[in-house]
Design a protein around this ligand. Structure first.
Ligand code: ZN
Length: 251
């Protein structure tokens, strides 16, 4: 069984298409939320992910705000402006689809894995360091929990009182790059595939990962995409310029 795992597409259609084209063959797809918000193609991105076979979703904080399920008061002004614009152009059907997304965490049926947008202990909580990862690592029963929300690729592990942090190290800083992590028995993992549509770890390329159960391995990927086109869609929508600029910086 091989699963494609991604998070934080943030309405970036060009990055999503590049990821789908580059992803190795897989049997299932796990989406960790924030399908919309920030980017210029919310309807197109929702329709694309809805068309994917064998996909399991959890909702993200932007998904909740963009469909009106929760308030934008906790958002900074730029995120709020993007959420309001998204809400204004979503079709009725896509708005309803966002409202129906499940609250995380969700255990994947028949697999030793859980998916969540933020922490599995609280879907809106950020996990950025080992201190924040610690309570979740202690409490998860499945071997691996996949989470997003921070837009930073990598993760954390815990085994018999030993914990460690993982960050993919890529040979190439351009083109498609990959980095594999062998899974050790008895170790619990919190894995972040990174963000497809708005990376914040200094690498502008779209991020995702692939779980290969038979090989007991997770491979992280970075894929270049048509950045200028994605930026153009943000500007054409009249969204803040900063949202287009930050895509190039990966911040
Ligand atoms: Zn996000």
């Amino acid at each position: 069984m091989r699963a494609l795992i991604f998070s934080d597409i943030h309405a970036n259609l060009d990055a999503l298409e590049a990821v789908l084209a580059a992803a190795p063959q897989h049997d299932a797809t796990w989406d960790l939320g924030d399908v919309v918000g920030y980017g210029g193609s919310p309807n197109e991105v929702i329709e694309r992910v809805r068309s994917l076979p064998a996909i399991t979703h959890v909702r993200g904080n932007h998904d909740k705000v963009c469909c009106g399920e929760s308030s934008a008061l906790s958002f900074n002004p730029i995120a709020r402006e993007a959420a309001m614009w998204t809400q204004s152009i979503l079709t009725e059907e896509n708005n309803q689809w966002l409202r129906d997304l499940p609250h995380g965490p969700v255990d994947i049926e028949g697999r030793n894995a859980t998916i969540s947008h933020g922490s599995p202990l609280d879907e809106d909580l950020y996990i950025l360091n080992i201190r924040e990862a610690w309570p979740a690592l202690q409490q998860m029963r499945t071997q691996t929990t996949f989470f997003g929300h921070t837009h930073v690729q990598g993760g954390f592990g815990w085994n018999e009182g030993q914990w460690f942090e993982m960050k993919p190290t890529y040979q190439a800083s351009s083109g498609v790059a990959s980095w594999s992590l062998p899974l050790a028995e008895g170790t619990h993992y919190l894995i972040n595939p990174g963000s497809i549509g708005q990376p914040r770890d200094g690498d502008w390329r779209a991020a995702f990962c692939l779980l290969d159960e038979a090989a007991q391995e997770i491979t992280f990927y970075r894929v270049p995409y048509d950045l200028a086109r994605a930026q153009g869609r943000i500007l054409m929508a009249g969204l803040p310029e900063r949202l287009a600029q930050r895509l190039r910086d990966g911040r």
